[in-house]
Ligand binder design. Structure first.
Ligand SMILES: Cc1cc2nc3c(=O)[nH]c(=O)nc-3n(C[C@H](O)[C@H](O)[C@H](O)COP(=O)(O)O)c2cc1C
Length: 221
């Protein structure tokens, strides 16, 4: 790729882009972002994920209907929760919800939806027996998802990691003919941005996230 964006710039501007144009993504671009996903590390190098690139209109329309239902339920709850939030939080969350509303209405018009699947039988899940929710398995899937997102950023494509469709996995499985025991981990709508696309992000400072040697001890580089 000519004039490729730097990695740090890509990471620091990889915001959720939910307003996407409907025009098709060229095949060579799709192949490059898929290659980026395939480069991701996974436990034991097993690569227990697959991705279904959904471009067929009827399939996208049904995914869009399912997504809209899930988004309506999620956003209603989230809006109710925001009633008592401080002004600054409410303002930024309402902005997110407005862009989410847009995606909810237009999910099915996205040129490509990448549905990431995983095989739970093919993973060494080292925290499976602990008395808490297990997260380790996700680390062999979301590395690929993040690589795909970064590659989309480099290609000037808008994208956002979504997980709401996992709530209706049986319907998605039937629609996309995903066989047992494969399950779904994320759906990433991808398309060229309608507005500015990727840009500045708001995150906690490193000082609030990183500790030195012991949890809670401030990290001073
Ligand atoms: C695990 C995960 C699940 C997410 N699920 C959804 C989703 O279902 N729908 C959606 O619109 N955004 C979803 N997002 C995007 C987040 O809402 C977004 O990254 C976050 O609000 C920060 O926004 P920014 O990246 O634009 O700064 C998800 C992000 C992650 C990491």
């Amino acid at each position: 790729m000519a004039d490729e964006i730097g990695l740090y710039e890509a990471m620091s501007t990889l915001r959720a882009v939910r307003r996407l144009r409907g025009d098709a993504i060229p095949d060579d671009v799709l192949e490059r972002v898929l290659q980026a996903a395939a480069w991701a590390p996974t436990g034991g190098n097993v690569q227990p994920w697959r991705v279904v690139v959904v471009r067929e209109a009827a399939l996208k329309q049904r995914l869009g209907e399912l997504y809209a239902e899930r988004w309506a339920a999620y956003s209603e709850g989230h809006r109710a929760m925001l009633a008592d939030a401080p002004d600054a939080v409410r303002t930024s969350q309402e902005k997110m919800l407005r862009s989410g509303d847009y995606l909810g209405e237009h999910f099915g018009e996205t040129p490509a939806v990448f549905v990431f699947c995983f095989n739970p039988k093919n993973m060494a899940i080292t925290d499976a027996k602990l008395d808490r929710i297990s997260v380790v398995g996700g680390a062999s899937i979301y590395t690929a998802v993040q690589n795909l997102l970064l590659a989309c950023r480099a290609e000037g494509l808008g994208c956002v990691l979504t997980t709401l469709l996992c709530e209706c996995e049986p319907e998605v499985r039937e629609l996309l003919e995903i066989p047992e025991p494969w399950a779904t981990a994320a759906a990433v709508p991808v398309g060229y941005p309608k507005l500015k696309g990727h840009g500045p992000i708001t995150r906690r400072p490193v000082a609030k996230l990183a500790y030195a040697d012991r949890f809670g001890t401030a990290f001073g580089a």
